[in-house]
Structures are given as C-alpha cells and as structure tokens.
Design a binder for this molecule. Structure first.
Ligand SMILES: C[S@@+](CC[C@H](N)C(=O)[O-])C[C@H]1O[C@@H](n2cnc3c(N)ncnc32)[C@H](O)[C@@H]1O
Length: 208
C-alpha cells in the first residue's frame, strides 16, 4: 500500500501540477488556488476519516486528488469514498489517475441530490477543499446546509482556509457562519508546510 508521510511532499508530479494550473487558467473563478494542498494539510483535513467499519466519506472539490490520496490511505476495506468535483477537466483527470475513487461530476450545492441518486443516506465525514472565499454568502449557506444534512448529528466536516487571509472581513464572516451552522467548530494550529500556509476548521453537530 502506498503511504503518504506527513513530512513528505505529496506525489504532485508535473502532470498533477499541470492539470491543476490548467484548471486554474480555465476557471480561475472556481479554483481558488494555483497549487494542490500539501501532504501535511491533507493529513489534517483527513484526520476525521474513520479508519474502521464501513464508513462513507465525501470529498468536495478534490481537484487533482492531493487530499483524496490521503483519505484513501486511512479508509478501511469496504469503505465508500465519493468525490464531488465541478470542473470537467479535473473529473477526467481523477478518472484516469484514481480509478478506485467514485468521482461525481457535479456541484457541491446539490450534494443531497447527488448522494440520493447514488443511494447514500448518511455520510460519516465530509472533507472539503472548496474555495469558500470565491463563493457568495447564499452559496456558502447552501453548501453548509447540504453538508449538515449529510453528516447529521454523528458525522464530521473539515475544511481549510489560508492563513494570509485570516484577518479579512470575509474570513471573519465565514467563521461566524460556521459557528452558526455547527455546534462545535475547532480551529487547528497553522499548517505552515503548505503554499500558502493554512489552517483547518473541524466542525461537528450541525445546528439545522
Ligand atoms: C482549491 S481547489 C482544491 C483542490 C484539492 N482539494 C486540494 O486541496 O489540492 C478547489 C476545487 O474545488 C472545485 N470546486 C469549486 N467549486 C465547486 C463546486 N461548487 N462544487 C464542486 N467542486 C467545486 C474546483 O474545481 C477545484 O477543483
């Protein structure tokens, strides 16, 4: 089994980087980053993924699969890992490079519908790489509502934000939104080994 160490850069080879940059150039308004997340950040995001049982895990905005790889390392046999991606190029790339991943070409705003179509009624963990800063408030609320319905009172949700933007009004607003939407919102220590440095929100028990 391929193991991704927290101290090693992810195997984001030239093809991964090219695919990521191509998607950024194609749709800068939906990418929110020019390079994939580091292994260190991916490990923190994936820390909520159950390592036993037969969990269902959903990834939102997998991009080229930097976080998908780490999720897969944690998942036990019999688990289900669905990845919802908006960009057709990324969907194609994931289909070629991650054959085991259940890639869903769709919009995170329609998460409930996408899951129902695939017979998924409950999700144990949602690991999210969506570019929240590019979403307007109604979109943020809608996606968070869908995530809350998916994880219910027992699941968990992680998402990240970049440290340099932490003091911006939009970041404060998003933090307030998370705290209104989840009873528990933890903020991790900064992940310095990422470009740019980032931190992770770990959310549980949706309020609505
Ligand atoms: C910042 S990249 C993160 C990629 C990867 N998770 C990582 O950390 O390296 C954001 C990804 O979210 C996708 N995305 C943006 N809006 C989306 C939406 N509404 N639904 C699903 N995916 C979306 C983009 O196409 C892109 O692949």
């Amino acid at each position: 089994m391929h193991v991704v160490s927290a101290d090693q850069p992810l195997p984001t080879d030239a093809a991964h980087r090219r695919a990521f940059i191509a998607a950024f150039l194609r749709r800068p308004g939906t990418m929110g980053a020019v390079v994939p997340s580091s292994a260190r950040l991916a490990n923190v995001l994936a820390s909520i993924v159950p390592t036993a049982g037969a969990p269902v895990v959903v990834e939102l905005g997998p991009g080229t699969g930097a976080v998908s790889a780490v999720i897969d390392e944690r998942l036990p046999p019999g688990a289900r890992h669905l990845a919802v991606e908006l960009d057709a190029g990324m969907v194609d790339f994931l289909g070629r490079t991650r054959p085991g991943l259940e890639v869903v070409h769709g919009d995170a705003r329609d998460l409930g519908k996408l899951l129902a179509e695939r017979g998924v009624m409950h999700v144990d963990a949602v690991v999210c790489g969506l570019p929240w800063a590019l979403f307007d408030e109604p979109t943020q609320h809608r996606v968070l509502t869908e995530v809350g319905h998916a994880i219910g009172p027992t699941g968990a949700f992680t998402t990240f934000a970049y440290l340099p933007g932490m003091a911006l009004p939009a970041a404060h607003r998003f933090r307030r939104t998370l705290r209104a939407r989840f009873q528990e919102v933890l903020i991790t220590a900064p992940v310095w080994r990422n470009m740019p440095p980032a931190f992770v929100y770990v959310c549980r028990r949706p309020t609505g």
